[in-house]
Design a protein around this ligand. Structure first.
Ligand code: PEP
Length: 246
């Protein structure tokens, strides 16, 4: 089982061509000079997959996308199939991000269908789960996360092709994070709750991982990496986060 930590940068809807190139080549250069025993993935917006893929070519750095259609190729204007992402040399696809759930009404059932399509195409999914409200009591929070996992995982999920990202929605982009104890407890709960075929899958933490808290969060028991939003857009911060995982 690959339990090397994974640090994945989710750029969301950010980037310009020139900027993309300098960021990716900058990270690439820094990691060539000072490598870490960590898997690293870049998940840019769709239009930049080609450029980022080209900048990563010949390195161990991986490419990922932020979403995929649940459908295979065909008359679905505006959609992007998992097969296309694989064709663009993606290894990963994020599905079920809270911003997709909130702004596109994505349900656990749809996310499970996307997972089927992604696995069929040979992609590893990073499926996001997490409670919305920081004030939620632990029993409710645990029940919500368990239900998201139960309903979002499809039958083809296994410990290699599926990664869980625990992302409390209130922590995303807010500068807030759960306590270390709460992160450890939730990761333990998720690990224990995973069905047999998915047992041992990597469980990432996401939500305001920054250069200054990454090393602490990434060394907590049960934390197998991080899904990083805002801080993945800054070369030095992203490198510090990767170093924190190493
Ligand atoms: C995310 O969007 O997945 C995320 C974790 O964002 P941020 O790191 O900015 O909180």
């Amino acid at each position: 089982m690959n339990k090397r930590k994974l640090v994945a940068g989710n750029w969301k809807m950010n980037g310009r061509r020139e900027w993309v190139d300098s960021l990716v080549r900058g990270v690439r250069q820094a990691l060539t000079e000072q490598p870490y025993d960590v898997d690293v993935a870049f998940c840019p917006p769709f239009p930049y997959l080609f450029d980022v893929g080209a900048a990563l070519s010949g390195t161990a750095l991986k490419l990922g996308a932020q979403d995929c259609s649940e459908r295979t190729d065909g008359a679905f204007t505006g959609d992007i199939s998992a097969t296309m992402l694989r064709d663009m040399a993606c290894d990963y696809v994020i599905i079920g991000h809270s911003e997709r759930r909130e702004f596109h009404g994505e349900t656990n059932q749809l996310i499970a269908s996307k997972m089927v399509a992604a696995h069929k195409a040979g992609l590893t999914v990073i499926v996001c789960v997490g409670e919305k409200d920081a004030k939620m009591d632990a029993t409710t929070r645990n029940a919500i996360v368990k239900e998201q996992i139960r309903q979002s995982l499809c039958d083809s999920a296994d410990a290699q092709n599926t990664i869980i990202a625990y992302e409390p929605v209130w922590a995303i982009g807010s500068g807030l994070t759960p306590t270390n104890d709460d992160i450890v407890t939730m990761h333990g709960l998720i690990a224990g709750f995973l069905p047999l075929s998915v047992k041992g899958a990597r469980i990432l933490y996401g939500g305001s991982v920054k250069a200054d808290n990454a090393a602490t969060i990434l060394q907590l028991p049960g934390v197998d990496g991080a899904l990083v939003g805002g801080a993945s857009l800054k070369k030095d911060d992203f490198i510090k986060i990767i170093a924190g995982a190493g």
